[in-house]
Design a protein around this ligand. Structure first.
Ligand code: FES
Ligand code: FE2
Length: 287
């Protein structure tokens, strides 16, 4: 049972670094997912992510000399291959599966991806990556907050006009609903939206009404807090401003509650979606 336990990292995709900050032919060191990693971008733009520690006596490989398929360790000069077959190298290390999407570098925390990184339609949309935010709560709780439809009335002043529908699979949980907003800015407007989580740390909110836009959230467990990345897919119109205001209103009050929450899985029948998410997270292996 590792739901909302700090320092336990599930096998799924994590956003670990902003794409823009890593130029070609540069190597950087990062500490994420309780691991010491290096990320390198070669002269063609291709990324490599692996552990920094040399398999020989443990020197830091980010100071090594990188070549195609291997790095020369700065300590004893052994060649360390990035390929299991070793290719005449003394040692090998396995790189992490890596992808670049929505302005972020994502790695799969495991030997092989067991599921895809979700795709969002970007045509006719502005893709805006908001500054990373630190929330004083475990990422599992931050990511599943939108599945917790049970709090929408109390915290966000939304009344359902159609009861939430929940669907789920091995890795996703989705809840869709129609509601009336009593918030000042959207008074009496009909709201239609769905909220979907993928594995343990990605969520997508798709709002249809009153304004159509999508938001992707992802979180990293860091220093017992959640480093949250939010990417907004906005309509290319003035409605963007309204969309951002709606998002701000929806998220603002959650953060306050989550930061003081001491979670316990005492679910009732109204908590079906978040309970499914909880079970999915517990079923995913750690790495
Ligand atoms: S520590 Fe890397 S070659 Fe010895
Ligand atoms: Fe909320």
């Amino acid at each position: 049972m590792s739901f909302a336990k700090h320092g336990k990292h599930k096998q799924t995709w994590y956003a670990v670094y902003p794409s823009k900050k890593l130029k070609k032919k540069k190597v950087i060191s990062i500490n994420v997912l309780s691991k010491k990693l290096l990320i390198r971008r070669d002269r063609k733009g291709k990324l490599l992510v692996c552990r920094r520690r040399c398999p020989h006596l443990g020197a830091d490989l980010s100071d090594g000399k990188f070549n195609r398929g291997y790095v020369v360790c700065p300590f004893h000069g052994y060649k360390i291959s990035f390929d299991e077959s070793r290719n005449n190298c003394k040692y090998a290390i396995q790189p992490f599966p890596v992808q670049e999407r929505y302005g972020l570098i994502w790695i799969f925390n495991g030997p092989k991806p067991t599921h895809d990184l979700p795709k969002i339609q970007t045509k006719e949309r502005f893709v805006v990556k908001l500054p990373a935010q630190i929330v004083n709560a475990h990422p599992h709780l931050v990511i599943s907050n939108g599945l917790d439809v049970n709090h929408f009335n109390q915290v966000h002043d939304l009344s359902f006009t159609e009861m939430p529908k929940v669907t789920s699979s091995k890795i996703h949980v989705s809840v869709s609903f129609k509601a009336k907003s009593n918030m000042l800015l959207f008074r009496k407007k009909q709201m239609e939206a769905s909220f979907t989580t993928y594995a343990s740390n990605i969520a997508i909110a798709s709002i249809e009404k009153p304004i159509s836009f999508d938001v992707m959230f992802t979180g990293l467990d860091r220093n017992r807090k959640c480093k949250t990345q939010t990417i907004v897919f906005l309509p290319k119109s003035i409605k963007s401003i309204q969309a951002i205001s709606l998002l701000y209103i929806l998220l603002h009050d959650d953060v306050k509650i989550l930061s003081k929450l001491k979670f316990q899985p005492n679910f009732n029948e109204a908590d079906k979606a978040i309970e499914s998410f909880h079970n999915i997270v517990n079923s995913i292996a750690e790495y």
